[in-house]
Design a binder for this molecule. Structure first.
Ligand code: DLL
Length: 437
């Protein structure tokens, strides 16, 4: 049930009350992990601590970190803190290598999760009158069911199309009068492309809200999506290990993502040393879920790079502090001649250039001891005249723009529209050939 213009009262909880609640919950979750998960009991004993040592929020630094490898090593249910009969659902996290990460939920976990995602949707204006088309996969991926139940809870009419069959998706948008969509930004770009090919005027659809996430995307991509569909596009962040989507989300301001501090304890640490960093300092996001019954993870290393944006009250009235949009993943960072580059920076530059289409690929190779980046870029059909000198001019423009932003020289290959792979879920835009050399 909504609470005024908020979904839940907790969203505007005064900071001192929020703090009190967080301490209580932190102590609860540490106790739960210690008593019920042998992995944590062992780790904490080795470190010479017990749940009694955790009395204040700052004490979180005494706790051990949990990594993705810990989840894999305990596949499938080694970190579960309840009897298997208490579990009502599992999801799995997409990974490229090794065993997948299984995450498990009790009934109460699901209830909390639905309300967290509902908070996000309500925050950006989704209401019971809306038609919500959910264009992400409904499988083990958390994005499908995570948004589905939350939009239903608000009372919106959900159109559970999932991914694929893009032309039909567009037809449904027209036929059902879809007002809000959820997709990965790369799939949204693909939908835009199919609409262009089929001559469907996406600007005249009744769409007004777009939720995009599950992968990095830049502000310039946002501009393209907002223009193409004539909607307001919001960044949605989450990860399976923290239930799924609904961890952090932009509000109407579109300036940073509120992260639900009553459910997650947020730290930013130096990815190398693990030392806590302060407000405004870029580092790895570390999260401790404060209400999870089934899998009470402690200090989970997300691998995602961001920073805390400060504790000023937002104009939307929510008291939950914000994080900056995810800058990249620690393991996606490319180091070229000593300079750190994230693929999302490349995306940001490209999406600002009118001659560049919506699709690109970053290829990393090694030349002797030096890493090199080649960016393969699809050109916009209407820009390319077929003249060689135009081709060189565009190529030089793209190279210059990238060099200005990244401070390194990258190679640019212009390719014809339709050359590069399209994605319906998370895009794979980086091709790392160094490992094969
Ligand atoms: O991607 C959950 C989700 C579903 C989020 C739908 C948003 C929308 P995983 O498959 O476990 O879960 O992948 C989590 O994706 O650690 C980030 O690296 C990346 N990621 C998720 N959202 C964003 C975002 C879902 N808004 C991993 N910006 C995370 C950048 C994101 N990266």
């Amino acid at each position: 049930m909504p609470f005024g213009s908020y979904w839940q009262r907790e969203e505007i909880m005064p900071l001192n009350q929020l703090e009190e609640l967080r301490v209580k919950r932190l102590r609860w979750v540490v106790r739960r992990a210690y008593d019920n998960v042998p992995f944590y009991r062992k780790k904490m004993r080795e470190m010479g601590i017990t749940p009694h040592d955790i009395r204040r929020i700052d004490d979180v630094v005494k706790l051990p970190f949990t990594t993705k490898d810990d989840l894999r090593a305990n596949y499938p249910f080694g970190l579960v803190a309840v009897d298997k009969s208490e579990l009502v659902r599992i999801h799995m996290s997409s990974g490229t290598s090794g065993k997948p990460k299984v995450v498990a939920y009790t009934e109460r976990d699901l209830e909390n999760w639905i309300n967290m995602v509902a908070r996000c949707l309500y925050m950006i204006g989704v209401r019971k009158e809306d038609v919500f088309q959910n264009l992400v996969s409904y499988t083990l991926f958390t994005g499908g069911l995570g948004f589905h139940y939350a939009a239903e809870r608000i009372g919106a009419m959900v159109v559970p199309t999932g991914t694929g069959n893009t032309e039909k998706q567009l037809q449904y948008m027209v036929d059902f009068g879809t007002t809000a969509i959820h997709a990965t930004p790369s799939y949204a770009l693909r939908i835009k492309e199919v609409a262009e090919e089929k001559g469907i005027d996406t600007q005249n659809l009744p769409l007004r809200i777009g939720c995009f996430g599950a992968e990095p995307w830049s502000d310039n991509t946002r501009k393209r999506l907002e223009e193409a569909f004539d909607l307001k596009a919001f960044d949605s962040y989450g990860l399976s290990e923290m239930n799924g989507p609904g961890v952090a989300f932009e509000c109407e301001e579109q300036n940073g993502l509120h992260i639900w501090h009553d459910h997650y304890l947020v730290e930013i640490v130096d990815p190398e040393t693990g030392e806590q960093l302060g407000e405004g300092e870029k580092g790895e996001l570390v999260l401790t879920p404060l209400t999870k019954e089934a899998m009470p993870l402690l200090r989970y290393r997300t691998g995602d790079i961001t920073y805390l944006m400060g504790f000023d009250r937002c104009s939307c009235g929510r008291t939950h502090p914000k994080i900056h949009r995810i800058i990249g993943r620690a393991d996606d960072m490319i180091v070229v001649r000593g300079i750190n580059v994230y693929p999302s920076q490349i995306e940001h530059v490209l999406m600002n250039l009118p001659e560049v289409g919506d699709h690109f690929q970053v290829v990393i190779t090694r030349n002797g001891s030096l890493d090199e980046i080649t960016v393969r870029v699809e050109m916009r059909d209407e820009i390319f005249t077929g003249e060689l000198r135009d081709f060189s001019r565009i190529r030089n423009n793209v190279m210059r723009a990238l060099q200005k932003e990244l401070n390194i020289r990258v190679n640019v290959d212009l390719v014809e529209k339709g050359t590069l792979e399209r994605f319906e879920g998370k895009a794979k835009r980086v091709l790392d050939l160094r490992k094969e050399l």
